[in-house]
Write a protein that binds this ligand. Structure first.
Ligand code: MN
Length: 217
């Protein structure tokens, strides 16, 4: 079941496709796909996955809402695991762990704008999506609906617009961050960090979430 909505997202009119349970087979993406998810909270033990958002950077967003009873979503799983489709995230570590737990997939290959930001924007500690988008792209995005009830059967237009917003800027951010990574000669180390993310997520799920296994003590 799909509903197509036209919503105002960050001041622009955006086509938002809301799907229940899985992405329809007919939806395909070209190039890299921006991915985000919304959950009942930040606990990898307690909080189920509620919504997954996708965009190929063309200005539309696809949202997949789960009933939290089953996560049988073969079409979504196919994209998340497609070796030829780069998945762009902001703080991939959390989403990738959630997907590992609830969708039973190892999501790859990955690009994380938060890791890229930390590797190049060493002059600040503001690496949240709102601050990053404001500085790098000069765009204002709202984070008002971040803490809202993503488990509701009917999500509000404000929630859907917020959820869409989180995947609409990642392609542009990647383009800028790639230039900065090259300038600082940190492209390769960034790639190694991205490649390590599924392992980092597996460690989080296995109980090492708060432990830096590379630390001396
Ligand atoms: Mn989000």
């Amino acid at each position: 079941m799909t509903r197509k909505l036209s919503l105002t997202v960050d001041g622009k009119n955006v086509a938002v496709h809301l799907h229940k349970g899985d992405l329809p087979e007919t939806v395909s993406f070209t190039g890299a796909v921006a991915v985000d998810s919304e959950t009942m909270g930040l606990s990898l033990v307690r909080d189920p996955l509620c919504l997954v958002q996708l965009s190929d950077g063309g200005g539309e967003a696809h949202l997949i809402q789960f009933d939290r009873a089953s996560y049988d979503a073969p079409n979504l799983r196919r994209i998340l695991t497609d070796v030829n489709t780069l998945k762009l995230f902001h703080f991939a570590r959390f989403d990738v762990a959630m997907f590992m737990r609830d969708l039973a997939v190892v999501c790859a290959p990955i690009y994380c704008t938060k890791i890229a930001s930390k590797l190049v924007r060493t002059y600040t500690d503001k690496h949240g999506l709102k601050d990053l988008t404001k500085e790098v792209l000069g765009r204002d995005i709202s984070k008002e609906q971040q803490s809202s009830d993503w488990g509701a059967a009917e999500l509000s237009d404000a929630q859907l617009a917020y959820a869409a917003s989180d995947v609409l800027h990642l392609h542009a951010l990647k383009a800028k961050l790639d230039v900065m990574l090259a300038r600082e000669a940190r492209t390769e180390i960034a790639q190694s960090c991205f490649d390590f993310l599924p392992t980092r997520a597996a460690l989080d799920l296995a109980g090492w979430e708060e432990t830096d296994i590379f630390a001396h003590s």
